[in-house]
Design a protein around this ligand. Structure first.
Ligand code: MLT
Length: 410
């Protein structure tokens, strides 16, 4: 008799975004005339810019000629893309990496989940609350937790509340932990971390022999030149951190799929005998066995993001989304709402009005404004009373959504 992985039954609700999709569909079916504006899931809306498309098309054509045809690529990613990342992404930050330290993949969602494969289940894991649900749910799925309590905290995981009172920046865990998830700019709160804040985390990780999982999927939306974009800008981080980066939001690749993960050579953790083992070696083994790489045309398109023509085009789209964020932020503030984030991040974190719960606010906004957002409580118990709006919409929709919210809630 085949047995299931019982850990899946511990998960309380369906994954957040499909759950929202279901509710919106049932509203739309009942109200076919409603023009619904979707600012829930952080999905991009601008088309791929010309330089990226051109590289993509050319690479597809390469596959039609025997001289330029590509079959299986390296599981770790093509050297042409890794070299671009080393030179164009990390070098300008003063970070030197070599090509064995960067692994190309089809998404940071998968990487932040799959990385758990190379760590023992006995590790204590700390994560923010609210948090990108993938970090929490994949730890439950793999068997690192017990059941959830009535509030939604899973036994055995360590939660670091990110509240208005602490500026949505988690305090250090008081329990001894081995793995700490950090995400800056933060999803969902839109908070960023200064160099000083990141230095404290690196120092903490080094002092406690812990590993940081640093999710920097939204670094491209940092506007303030003083803010760090990579954890490796902090001294000592190569000894304690894995960094996750993505082309999804940076370059409109949510449907194209390309990301990368950095596992520095200097990063180690212990085996059962207490000997230190390079994590890079294990991740390489994991990827070579369970993954066959990202397609050649996608990697060519990704490399074009940082080309001379590509980057200004990509940057213009990032600026477009950040202007959306400004419109939402200032518009809703004028309506008297308390709004966080949206300055160096594409997410706005609002306080619900009238003390409504996050889901009641979701229903109210959907019913009265035909606007979809994401209930803060879907990101964890400390998200209750908050609501996330994404700035990845089309400009007309963003302006219309803000106008509707102002009309109905002000
Ligand atoms: C979000 O809305 O939080 C993101 O789109 C989810 C993701 O990147 O997987």
């Amino acid at each position: 008799m085949a047995r299931i992985n019982d850990n899946y039954l511990k998960l309380k609700a369906g994954y957040l975004f499909p759950e929202i999709g279901r509710r919106v569909k049932s509203f739309a079916d009942a109200n076919p005339a409603a023009k619904i504006i979707r600012l829930g899931i952080g999905d991009v809306t601008r088309p791929l810019p010309p330089a990226i498309l051109e590289a993509f098309h050319k690479a597809v054509d390469d596959l039609g000629q025997s001289q330029t045809f590509h079959g299986y690529g390296p599981e770790q990613g093509y050297g042409f893309l890794i070299d671009v990342l080393i030179d164009k992404v990390y070098k300008p930050l003063g970070v030197n990496l070599h090509n064995g330290e960067i692994f190309i993949s089809d998404g940071s969602k998968c990487d932040t989940a799959n990385i758990l494969d190379i760590f023992d289940l006995g590790n204590k894991v700390a994560l923010g609350d609210p948090v990108y649900p993938v970090y929490n749910d994949t730890n439950v799925m793999i068997g690192r937790s017990g059941e959830a309590d009535p509030k939604g905290y899973y036994q055995g995981l360590v939660y670091m509340p990110c509240l208005e009172e602490n500026g949505f920046l988690p305090d250090f865990p008081t329990d001894k932990v081995d793995i700490i998830y950090l995400c800056f700019p933060n999803n969902p709160t839109g908070t960023t971390a200064s160099r000083e804040v990141l230095k404290k985390w690196v120092d903490f990780a080094l002092a406690n022999d812990a590993i940081l999982f640093f999710d920097a999927a939204y670094e491209a939306f940092i506007v303030d030149p003083v803010l760090p974009r990579s954890i490796y800008e902090i001294e000592g981080a190569k000894q304690c951190a894995i960094e996750f980066r993505s082309f999804s939001k940076t370059a409109g690749f949510t449907g194209v799929r390309c990301a990368f993960t950095v596992v520095p050579d200097a990063l180690t953790a212990t085996n059962a005998r207490g000997e230190r083992i390079q994590l890079n070696r294990l991740w390489n083994r994991r990827q070579s066995t369970k993954f066959n790489g990202v397609s050649y045309p996608v990697q060519k398109a990704a490399a074009a993001v940082y080309s001379e023509q590509g980057w200004p085009q990509v940057k213009a789209i990032i600026d477009y989304y950040m202007e959306n964020a400004r419109i939402i932020r200032t518009g809703l503030q004028k309506a008297g709402l308390t709004v966080y984030g949206g300055e160096n991040a594409p997410y706005l974190w609002l306080k619900t009005v009238g003390g409504l719960s996050s889901w009641d606010f979701f229903d109210k906004l959907l019913r009265e404004c035909h606007v979809v957002g994401t209930p803060g409580s879907g990101f964890g118990p400390s998200g209750e009373g908050f609501f996330r709006l994404s700035a990845f919409g089309d400009r007309d929709n963003i302006e219309e959504a803000v106008a509707r919210i102002r009309r109905n809630l002000a």
